[in-house]
Design a protein around this ligand. Structure first.
Ligand code: ZN
Length: 577
C-alpha cells in the first residue's frame, strides 16, 4: 500500500491516511490517482516510494529526450500502449525498459520475449504514467507522420489532381480519389493537437506554404509547415468530415464532427474563413474527458473553497461566474456541478457547445441556427421540473430575466456573465434591467476569474524580489481583513518564484494554467447597498468588509506559494490595478 508507505515516511498525517483510505474504498480511483490528485506528494516522489516498495529502480527523467528511433522500434507501439511498457535505451547488450506497473507479469513476459528476439538482456525501470505518455508520443512524432504521408503523395502520379483551384468549383470525386495520404495527414494533425492538449488547431495558408499552429494553455505555437500545393486537399478533407460545402471557398462556414482518437470520443468544431491567400481553418478541440476538473485542479484556494461550499448549499439562487472569454468560467461551473450532482436531483444544462460530458446530467446543445437559443431553452426548461439549471451564458435582457425568475422560483441557476470582476456582475444585472430589489434574493454568489500560466513545478526557483515588488505585494495584501488574513498562513518572509525551463516543460518554464478567483457573496449588508446605494465604490467597500480576497490578492498569494510568477500576476490582473 502506497498510502501506508506515505504515512510511514510521515508525508501524510494519520487523519489524512484514513481519509484517503476511505476515498480509495468508496471510489474506483487507483491509489496513485488519489495521491496525485490531492497533491500529497510530487509525481517524482511517488515514483521513488513505489520503486523502493517494489524494489525496482526509478528511471531518471533526463533520459527521455534521447530515446532513439532504433530503440523505439524494439517494442511495437501497440504492445507498448497495451502493456504500459516503454523502450528506454540500449546499453551494450542490455535493453532497458520502463514499466508503469512493474508487478505486471504478462507485461514482463512480453519484454523478455521481445528482448530475446534480438538477443538482448533486459533491465527493468519504474516510470510514471506521465513519463510513459511522453514516450508514447515519441512513437508518433507529428512531423514524421506528415512527412511520410507527404512522400507517399509525391510518389503518387495523381497528386497533381489534388491541387484545388480556389476560384473555380472543382470536381469533388477527382479530389477524393486516392486520398489516403491526405487522410493520414489530417488525422496526424488532429491527433497531435489532442496529445498536446491544445484547445485549437489553426491551418492557414501563408506566403508560400501552409502553417499549422496549435493553441496550448492560451498561447499559439507553430508546429508544422506543409507545402501550399496540398492545402486544397487538406481543406477538402476537413470540410468533408464536418459536412461543409467543398465548392464554397468564398464564404465562411461553420461545422462540426466527432471522432474517436486514442480511444476517446472527441468533438471538433470547424470554422473556415476566406483570406486573400486561400481558406484558413480553425478547429476547436473539445475533449469531454479533459475538462472535468476538481476544485483543487482549477486552483481554488482553501479559503475560497470554504466560502463556495457554504454558499452552494443554499437551495436556490444564481451562481454566476464572470470574466473575459477563455478565463475558465465554464470549467469552474462544471466543478460546482459535479459537487451538487447527486442522485435525486434533476440537473438540466443548456450549452453551446457541450464542452464536457457529465454522467447523470441532462445536457442539451443549443442550436441558434434552427431557433433553439438560450432564451428559448430557458423558457421551456422550467417545464422539465429541474432542481438545477445551467445555462451557458446570460447575454441579454431576456435571458437575465428568465434566469432571475428561475432562481426566484426555487431553482439553483448556474451561468456565466461577461464582466470584468465579481462586483461587475451586480452592475451588469442592473444593466440588463433586472430590478435591484430582486437581486438580493435571486443572486447567491458571483465568482470573478482569470487564468494565469502556472510555473513548472519541476524547475521552479526561489527569487529574492526587488524592493519595489516587495512593497507592492505588502501593500496589496494589507487590505485583507485581519481575521481572513490570519487563516491564510502567509509566509513571514516574502519570496517570489521563477522557472527557468526543463525537459518536463519543454523548456517553457510553464506547465498548464491555474485559476485566479474572487468570490462575492450575498449578505445582509450587500442587500442594503444594492437597494439603497448601488455604486461601485459601495460594492467594493462591502466586498472588503465581507472578507473577499480580490483576484489580484489571490494571484499574489499564489505567487508567494511559487505557483505563478509575479510578472504573470501583474499581467492577468492589470486592468484592476
Ligand atoms: Zn520545467
Amino acid at each position: 500500500m502506497l498510502l501506508d508507505e506515505l504515512l510511514k515516511e510521515k508525508l501524510i498525517t494519520k487523519e489524512e491516511h484514513s481519509k484517503y483510505l476511505a476515498e480509495l474504498q468508496s471510489s474506483n480511483k487507483s491509489e496513485e490517482k488519489i495521491i496525485l490528485e490531492n497533491e500529497l506528494v510530487t509525481e517524482d516522489k511517488l515514483s521513488e516510494i513505489k520503486g523502493k516498495l517494489l524494489n525496482v529502480p526509478v528511471f531518471e527523467n533526463a533520459g527521455f529526450a534521447q530515446i532513439s528511433n532504433d530503440v523505439l522500434a524494439l517494442i511495437p507501439e501497440e504492445s507498448a500502449k497495451y502493456y504500459k511498457i516503454a523502450p528506454l535505451r540500449l546499453v551494450e547488450d542490455t535493453f532497458e525498459v520502463g514499466m508503469v506497473n512493474p508487478e505486471d507479469i504478462k507485461a514482463k513476459e512480453v519484454i523478455l520475449f521481445l528482448a530475446r528476439q534480438s538477443n538482448f538482456k533486459t533491465k527493468i525501470y519504474l516510470i510514471s504514467e506521465n513519463d510513459f505518455q511522453e514516450v508514447l508520443r515519441k512513437y508518433r512524432d507529428i512531423a514524421e507522420v506528415v512527412g511520410e504521408a507527404l512522400s507517399e503523395l509525391r510518389e503518387d502520379e495523381k497528386s497533381e489532381m489534388i491541387v484545388l483551384d480556389d476560384d473555380e468549383s472543382t470536381d469533388v470525386s477527382a479530389i477524393l480519389e486516392d486520398q489516403a495520404p491526405v487522410i493520414k495527414m489530417v488525422s496526424a494533425i488532429l491527433r497531435h493537437g489532442i496529445e498536446e492538449k491544445a484547445s485549437d488547431v489553426h491551418i492557414e495558408p501563408v506566403e508560400n506554404e501552409v502553417r499549422v499552429r496549435v493553441r496550448v494553455d492560451g498561447i499559439l505555437y507553430d508546429t508544422l509547415k506543409i507545402p501550399l500545393g496540398i492545402h486544397g486537399a487538406i481543406v477538402a478533407r476537413i470540410k468533408i468530415l464536418s459536412r461543409l460545402r467543398i465548392d464554397e471557398a468564398r464564404m465562411p462556414q461553420d461545422g462540426r464532427f466527432s471522432t474517436k482518437i486514442g480511444g476517446k470520443q472527441i468533438d471538433f468544431r470547424v470554422s473556415t474563413f476566406p483570406t486573400k491567400l486561400g481558406e484558413k481553418i480553425a478547429i476547436r478541440i473539445l475533449d469531454p474527458s479533459e475538462g472535468l476538473k476538481t476544485y483543487k485542479e482549477i486552483g481554488l484556494s482553501e479559503n475560497n473553497l470554504e466560502i463556495l461550499r457554504k454558499q452552494i448549499r443554499k437551495p436556490y439562487g444564481m451562481i454566476l461566474s464572470t470574466g473575459p472569454t477563455g478565463s475558465g468560467k465554464t470549467t469552474t461551473l462544471y466543478a460546482i456541478l459535479q459537487e451538487i450532482n447527486k442522485p435525486g436531483v434533476n440537473i438540466i444544462t443548456l450549452e453551446d457547445p457541450i464542452e464536457y460530458f457529465v454522467p447523470g446530467i441532462n445536457q442539451s446543445q443549443i442550436r441558434p441556427e434552427i431557433g433553439y437559443t438560450f432564451t428559448k431553452g430557458l423558457r421551456t426548461v422550467v417545464r422539465q421540473d429541474p432542481d438545477i439549471i445551467m445555462v451557458g451564458e446570460i447575454r441579454d435582457e431576456e435571458s437575465a430575466n428568465l434566469a432571475t425568475h428561475a432562481a426566484l422560483t426555487g431553482h439553483i441557476v448556474l451561468s456565466t456573465v461577461h464582466t470584468n470582476n465579481a462586483i461587475g456582475t451586480l452592475a451588469r444585472l442592473i444593466d440588463l434591467k433586472i430590478r435591484p430589489f430582486l437581486i438580493p434574493t435571486s443572486l447567491n454568489i458571483s465568482i470573478g476569474q482569470r487564468l494565469a500560466r502556472r510555473l513548472c513545478p519541476f524547475c521552479v526557483e526561489k527569487v529574492k524580489p526587488l524592493p519595489k515588488i516587495e512593497k507592492l505585494i505588502t501593500s496589496e495584501l494589507s487590505t485583507i481583513k485581519k481575521n481572513v488574513r490570519d487563516k491564510l498562513k502567509l509566509p513571514s518572509k516574502i519570496y517570489t518564484y521563477k522557472s527557468k525551463g526543463c525537459p518536463k516543460c519543454n523548456n517553457k518554464g510553464e506547465k498548464g494554467r491555474i485559476g485566479i478567483f474572487e468570490i462575492l457573496r450575498m449578505t445582509k449588508d450587500l442587500e442594503k447597498i444594492i437597494i439603497e446605494n448601488p455604486t461601485e465604490a459601495a460594492f467594493l467597500t462591502e466586498a472588503i468588509n465581507q472578507g473577499m480576497i480580490t483576484m489580484r490578492q489571490d494571484a499574489i498569494i499564489k505567487a508567494l506559494e511559487g505557483r505563478v510568477s509575479i510578472e504573470e500576476v501583474l499581467r492577468v490582473t492589470e486592468e484592476q490595478a
